[in-house]
Design a protein around this ligand. Structure first.
Ligand code: BES
Ligand code: MN
Ligand code: ZN
Length: 503
């Protein structure tokens, strides 16, 4: 598929399909009105018959509308005309993209990007329209057999243009388009990895996926630490998790250094747990299959590198993905075991299912010592409690640096990959006190209270020296048995605008 931007008039556009918006109660947008006039009132006539009234997300396909040069006109309902908001705009674009795909059009022109959205500009509308369309057109069929694959619907569409009102807006539109294409590619990589089952997407597979990003001609460098390397570094916490698995753990380290020499990098740290059975504290069987998505933090790191490298952002970025499985085994962690982390902090493992924090602890220490980053952001499908607290709209955000939390919040609002900050006050530190070790890996007081915060507080013990933020993506990286590729958009948006302020 090829995407492009243009400034033209819908009634004069010679193409397979033009997409125009209509507000509720049959109120045409500027572009729908142009077509209506050119056709001598054809749209108004169709609407009068009651086939279409402009409800948000409604679509109607018309053929051979007189007075126009396009083969088809696709009407998309925009809902009430009281200033379109972000969510309504995305819904309308998604509905249009979906309906377009069922037609035989090889090329199409989308005029929804000319409709005003409250507090948003041309750049935003094009960026969001492209991102929404890419998400709508994403499919995961790597795991289908050849016969089933041959049966999958094929799509004719090859070229899709997004229109802006004036030529002066073309450069902003083009910037939005390029950002969205890069973010979309990174997000799709994260989705593919998240959707792959645990027997295929192992720690070794994740390491190979990272190496692919660093292929010939790439501006990314990758190195992979093996278990023996981790042992030398004293990563007793991370290695204790992988001991229960036959798949060797990997610590995947990525570098993209296109910023100023000597500028401290931004570090992204991801939980790459390729399957979480819980270990000896085993999870219930129902729904356990979904725990193949427990590597989505790691996948988001890889996806973000892909996007950043494509955009050639002038920044220094490093990534660290802790990749392991968590399975029950004769050699697995046992409740009550005490391990020593790379930081020297001893950890009493009271629940082997709180493994994400165990592997991230050493990844954070490694990141801090190896790179002394200006900013460190970790992302992890860390707690079911975060899903209970926030559901699937925002990721949970925790930070020891208010300016960083603000930058991430703003970036999320802008790109439509939101976060919501939860507290990490010192009072919570008491909740991970251990009788026999420095800290416990679950709460030893307060029961299941504030589970997402307890996870964050644990991680913070290994990130204290850094300006740090933690994203709990348990509710946002995986929705309805599908990977979402979040928080790749958030991170790329942050990296385009945010870090300069913190150098
Ligand atoms: N990967 C899970 C978190 C998770 C659970 C994400 C459900 C999405 C849905 C994590 O490793 C885990 O098992 N966390 C435990 C922590 C608890 C033992 C303190 C949890 O959330 O139950
Ligand atoms: Mn777990
Ligand atoms: Zn887990």
């Amino acid at each position: 598929m090829e995407y492009f931007v243009k400034s033209s008039s819908p009634d004069k556009r010679r193409t397979g399909c033009v997409i125009v918006g209509v507000f509720d109660r049959r109120a045409p947008t500027f572009d729908a009105a142009l077509i209506d006039q050119a056709s001598g009132g054809a749209l108004a006539a169709v609407m009068r018959r009651g086939d279409f009234d402009g409800k948000l997300g409604q679509t109607l396909l018309l053929h051979d509308v007189p007075g126009t040069l396009a083969e088809r006109v696709l009407l998309v309902g925009l809902g009430r005309d009281n200033g379109l908001d972000d969510s309504a705009f995305r819904k309308a674009v998604a509905a249009g993209a979906r309906a377009l795909r069922t037609t035989g059009a090889i090329e199409a022109a989308n005029y929804l990007t000319r409709v005003q959205v409250r507090d948003r500009d041309t750049h935003w509308r094009v960026q969001q329209a492209v991102l929404t369309t890419l998400a709508e057109y994403y499919r995961f069929d790597e795991c289908r057999g050849d016969a089933a694959r041959a049966e999958l619907p094929t799509f004719k569409l090859e070229r899709l243009g997004f229109d802006v009102a004036t030529r002066a807006e073309l450069s902003a539109a083009d910037r939005g388009l390029r950002e969205a294409l890069a973010i979309g590619e990174g997000q799709n990589l994260a989705k593919d990895l998240g959707n792959l089952p645990g027997n295929l997407c192992t720690p070794t597979y994740l390491a190979d996926a990272a190496r692919k990003l660093a292929g010939p001609g790439s501006n990314i460098k990758v190195k992979v630490l093996e278990e023996s390397d981790m042992k030398k570094l004293g990563m007793g916490s991370l290695l204790s998790v992988s001991r229960g698995s036959r798949e060797p753990a990997k610590l995947i380290v990525l570098e993209y250094l296109k910023g100023k020499k000597g500028h401290r990098p931004v570090a992204l740290v991801g939980k790459g747990l390729t399957f979480d059975a819980g270990g000896i504290s085993i999870k219930p069987a129902a729904g356990m299959d979904e725990m193949k998505f427990d590597m989505c933090g790691g996948a988001a790191v890889l996806g973000t590198f892909k996007a950043v490298s494509q955009l050639k952002l002038p920044i220094n970025l490093v990534g660290v993905v802790a990749a392991s499985e968590n399975l029950p085994d004769g050699d697995a962690n046992k409740p009550g075991d005490v391990v020593t982390s790379m930081a020297g902090i001893t950890i009493e493992i009271l629940n082997t299912d709180a493994e994400g924090r165990l592997i991230l602890a050493d990844a954070l220490t490694y990141t801090e010592r190896q790179y002394d980053p200006a900013v460190c952001i970790d992302m992890a499908t860390l707690t079911g409690a975060c899903v209970v607290a926030l559901g699937s709209y925002p990721s949970g955000l925790f930070s020891n640096t208010p300016a960083l939390a603000r930058a991430l919040t703003t970036a999320g609002e802008q790109i439509g990959d939101r976060v919501w900050e939860l507290p990490m006050w010192p009072e919570y530190d008491d909740h991970i006190k251990s009788e026999c070790a420095d800290i416990a890996n679950i709460a030893t007081k307060g029961g299941r209270d504030a589970g997402a915060t307890i996870g964050a507080v644990f991680l913070h013990r290994f990130a204290r020296k850094m300006k740090w933020a933690h994203l709990d993506i348990a509710g946002t990286a995986w929705i309805g048995k599908k990977s979402t590729g979040r928080p790749v958009p958030l991170l790329v948006q942050y990296l385009i605008h945010g870090p300069t302020k913190l150098q």
